[in-house]
Write a protein that binds this ligand. Structure first.
Ligand code: DAT
Ligand code: MG
Length: 138
């Protein structure tokens, strides 16, 4: 079964949307196989967003993601990448469709509440970065 790395970002924790975000994935029929509350180090944040290292917004992004605790999760299910990315919505919440997490609950580009892996290969790398195998259900 396919798995994805999903993170409730610091704005989601601060705005008390963690339960709402989990509820959406649970009621869709996805299976939660790992979860932890963690205040990410700069090193972890930079590794997570390494693909964006050369982008002008990289520093702000790392500052934001290390600004408070996040809820790191691994979710499992059919077509997990497509299903979770569709539920999360467009990167810029202004363009995110109503019914999506970002489209319903966010409006600013920086503060878009949730991260979801964009491909199975990315998911594998991100899961290994944030979790040890023993922290995940078999
Ligand atoms: P996503 O989070 O939808 O996968 P991404 O991987 O392209 O989007 O970018 C990672 C995060 O970086 C995104 O959630 C918000 C921020 N970001 C992306 N593009 C940006 C931009 N042009 N200006 C400011 N922040 C940006
Ligand atoms: Mg991305």
């Amino acid at each position: 079964m396919e798995r994805s790395f999903i993170m409730a970002k610091p704005d989601a924790v601060q705005r008390r949307f963690v339960a709402e975000i989990i509820r959406r994935f649970e009621t869709r029929g996805l299976r939660l196989v790992g979860m932890k509350l963690i205040h990410p180090s700069r090193e972890l944040a930079e590794a997570h967003y390494a693909v964006h290292r050369e982008r002008p917004f990289f520093n702000d992004l790392v500052e934001f993601i290390t600004s408070g605790p996040v809820v790191a999760m691994v979710w499992e299910g059919k077509d997990i990448i497509t299903v979770t990315r569709t539920m999360i919505g467009a990167t810029n919440p202004v363009n995110a469709a109503p019914g999506t997490i970002r489209g319903d609950l966010a409006i600013e580009m920086g503060n878009n509440l949730v991260h979801g892996s964009d491909a199975l290969e990315t998911a594998e790398k991100e899961i290994a970065l944030w979790f040890t195998p023993s922290e995940l259900l078999p």
